[in-house]
Write a protein that binds this ligand. Structure first.
Ligand code: F6R
Length: 365
């Protein structure tokens, strides 16, 4: 039931500290400084022999796959490719031996994701599901998998399932990393950071009032750009998708540095850009990209770290989030973007839980 909330989407956004906690419950192993999963059905030999990972899904689940690519490559040093399930199923790419294929899906019923997994399984590859709905078609079709335990997601726009997917992918990166070269100490450090995550997300939710003010200012925009780099590039794509699907405002997500290769031509006084720019390796570069937008008169909304002293001088509006390590940032920085799309959609009179033309699970190809 909705309880104190006006919409399922808002309820599910607010459930995220808890849903992330549930994704981690029983899966962090302090003794061995690794993650444990009950249902991967992989022997240690099979695990070690993995040479490549394919992550596939659709929509928001495809965005979490992009986060997974950064995570697994950085922490486990296993090459990862991310594929739209709808393309993978017909593209017939050569897939090397010892490739592990993960289908990522909230509903477990998405027709293209199911077909992509079936096709790769038919060719003899091991297929696993990262899935929310227990005993769904994809969970059953895969050789094994990891459940999100996020609880039912009713709002059509995916929110808590996305952050839980990112969290499960982070734990998988830890797990694969620890079977290879990640040290005991590094594993322990990683677990500590994961344990801090629910509190960080809780703190990120306190930006709600600030986000409402930003929503009022920009709810009449016709195009919004979302820009971020590295771990926050997928966040830019996800922020843009959330805005499109529930407020019907045209939005595009880009790696911030790609701006100057075309999209910057869209910038004018009526076209706001949302920069996801927490402190980290590319922070200064993204600030430079921000200056380029500002010089062309584009309004700037920044999602930034609490203690960033320079951001107010450039951005028109700043939404502050707690600082977490780069590889966990997507789970925190997406929260204000979920809220922003929610408040803008409300101001525009849209049906946030049931946006036009969309279904919660897409069971046709
Ligand atoms: C976006 C959204 C969709 C789904 C996509 C995949 O908010 O909900 O883009 O993410 O249809 O659905 P699942 O994850 O159920 O396979």
């Amino acid at each position: 039931s909705l309880g104190e909330y006006e919409h399922y989407m808002l309820k599910e956004i607010y459930e995220q500290p808890e849903s992330i906690r549930n994704a981690m419950r029983g899966r962090l192993d302090d003794q061995d400084a690794t993650a444990v999963f009950g249902g991967l059905n992989l022997t240690p030999q099979q695990l070690r022999s993995v040479e490549r990972i394919i992550l596939t899904g659709c929509g928001t689940s495809w965005h979490s796959a992009l986060v997974g690519e950064y995570l697994i490559e950085e922490l486990a040093r296993i090459p990862v490719s991310v594929e739209y399930a709808s393309e993978l199923r017909y593209r017939n790419p050569p897939i090397e031996n010892n490739t592990l294929v993960f289908g990522i899906t909230q509903s477990g019923e998405t027709a293209d994701t199911l077909a992509a997994l079936r096709e790769t399984k038919r060719k003899g590859h091991r297929t696993l599901a990262i899935c929310n709905v227990v005993a769904s078609s994809i969970a059953q079709a895969a050789d094994g998998g990891v459940y999100l335990h996020a609880g039912p997601e009713i709002g059509v726009a995916s929110t808590k399932a996305y952050t839980s997917q990112c969290c499960v992918l982070a734990m998988l990166a830890l797990y694969f990393g620890r079977t290879r070269h990640m040290s005991y100490e590094a594993g322990q450090g990683f677990i500590e950071e994961l344990r801090r995550l629910p509190a960080a997300v809780q703190q990120a939710l306190t930006c709600d009032q600030q986000v409402r003010d930003v929503a009022k200012k920009y709810c009449d925009a016709t195009t919004v750009l979302y820009l971020g780099r590295q771990y926050n590039f997928p966040t830019a794509l996800e922020g843009a998708l959330k805005l499109k699907e529930i407020s019907y405002i045209h939005a595009e997500g880009y790696p911030a540095a790609e701006m100057k290769h075309g999209p910057i031509a869209l910038v004018d006084k009526q076209t706001p850009s949302v920069f996801i720019v927490p402190r980290g390796t590319t922070h200064d570069k993204v600030m430079a990209n921000m200056e380029e937008v500002k010089a062309r008169g584009g309004p700037i909304i920044a999602v930034a770290s609490h203690d960033d002293p320079h951001i107010d001088a450039i951005a028109d509006d700043v939404i502050r989030v707690p600082q977490v390590p780069g590889f966990l940032q997507p789970i925190v920085t997406v929260v204000p973007l979920q809220l922003l799309s929610y408040h803008i959609a409300l101001l525009r009179g849209c049906d946030v839980d049931k946006p036009r033309n969309l279904a919660k699970s897409v069971t046709v190809e």
